[in-house]
Design a protein around this ligand. Structure first.
Ligand code: NAP
Length: 290
């Protein structure tokens, strides 16, 4: 990659940012597609987010990704916010427009593309969603928007599940999210479910941990999607597979949130062959270091 006088800059703002894989995604794409763009991590210290966004705009940065802990807080520094991102209450991508940045949430569009790419349907499905943190809250919203029949939202802390359900049901205009205590999983109605694992349980290095260890729970699951991608195969995924289900990790969600951000910044559609090149690179990173 050659930097010259016309090279455009994109980057990731957050704290911490050292472990990000986004430079691998975007710099690989820029090289493959011949775009004169470079992507760098940009650490933003606590209390300096507003200055950082204004400074990035003043420095003519083409776009930014936003990660923990700034995904909600960044909204107040934006010129405009896309409707999905506004409803979710979290922005992970800023796109340069006249007068300021416009915010998007490509995490959820990324999850949706990852799922549809694997042939996983949300529309009309009975879904179990484990967790009610930042990621699960957005997944609950996505499921409601994409026409899930019912989403049983199981969380260790019931009030958090109830708060998410209230908010999403209100936005969706129907009682689609049913909050439950995690420990009450045996009360789930009989049936076959798509289960989305949105807690942080099982994340490396705690690879033996799983949010529900009881094997009988997994008899109800035809497909399991874990948002975690490190380890490559979580204990949750192993239990789904051991009980005859299909299981996927969250790497394609990570991949597609990046692809969609790249498409927004560069006004292109990334060809599937290039998506595959980036995926193989990311996969090699995880399967090598596991
Ligand atoms: P978060 O806001 O901190 O939420 C954590 C969730 O995990 C909460 O629901 C919490 O329950 C639950 N939890 C934590 N420890 C638990 C335990 N011991 N037993 C039961 N439940 C427990 O985190 P987040 O930002 O939503 O992220 C969640 C996961 O999604 C992380 O592993 C993250 O890596 C992954 N993620 C992946 C992608 C991707 O691109 N693939 C994107 C975003 C996030 P309480 O409410 O009871 O505390």
């Amino acid at each position: 990659m050659k930097i010259n006088g016309k090279t455009r800059i994109c980057g990731l703002i957050g704290n911490p940012v050292e472990h990000t894989l986004s430079p691998m995604i975007h710099n690989t794409l820029a090289q493959a597609l011949g775009h004169d763009m470079v992507y760098v991590p940009l650490l933003v210290e606590a209390g300096r987010l507003k200055e950082a966004v204004a400074g990035a705009y003043a420095l003519n940065l083409l776009g930014l990704n936003v990660t923990v802990p700034y995904k909600s807080q960044v909204i107040e520094s934006l010129q405009e916010v896309d409707e999905l991102a506004r409803n979710i209450g979290a922005v992970n991508t800023l796109v340069r427009t006249e007068g300021g940045y416009k915010g998007y949430n490509t995490d959820m569009e990324g999850l949706y593309r990852a799922m549809t790419g694997e042939g996983i349907r949300i529309e009309g499905e009975q879904i179990i969603l484990l967790g009610a943190g930042g990621a699960a809250r957005a997944v609950a919203y996505l499921c409601a928007v994409k026409g899930a029949a019912k989403v049983y939202l199981l969380n260790r802390t019931l009030d958090k599940a109830q708060a998410v359900a209230r908010e999403v049901n209100h936005a969706a205009g129907r009682e689609v999210i049913v909050p439950m205590l995690l420990a009450a999983y045996a009360n789930l109605p009989a049936g076959q479910y798509l289960a989305i694992q949105g807690t942080s349980v099982g994340l490396s290095p705690h690879v033996e941990d799983v949010v529900i260890a009881d094997e009988t729970f997994y008899e109800k699951i035809h497909t399991g999607f874990d948002l975690i991608y490190s380890p490559w195969e979580t204990r949750f995924m192993q239990l789904v597979k051991a009980n005859g289900g299909r299981a996927y990790n969250g790497l394609k969600m990570l991949l597609y949130q990046g692809i969609i951000a790249y498409e927004l910044w560069n006004q292109v559609t990334v060809p599937e062959a290039d998506v595959q090149v980036v995926y193989e690179k990311l996969k090699a990173h995880f399967t090598r270091t596991d």
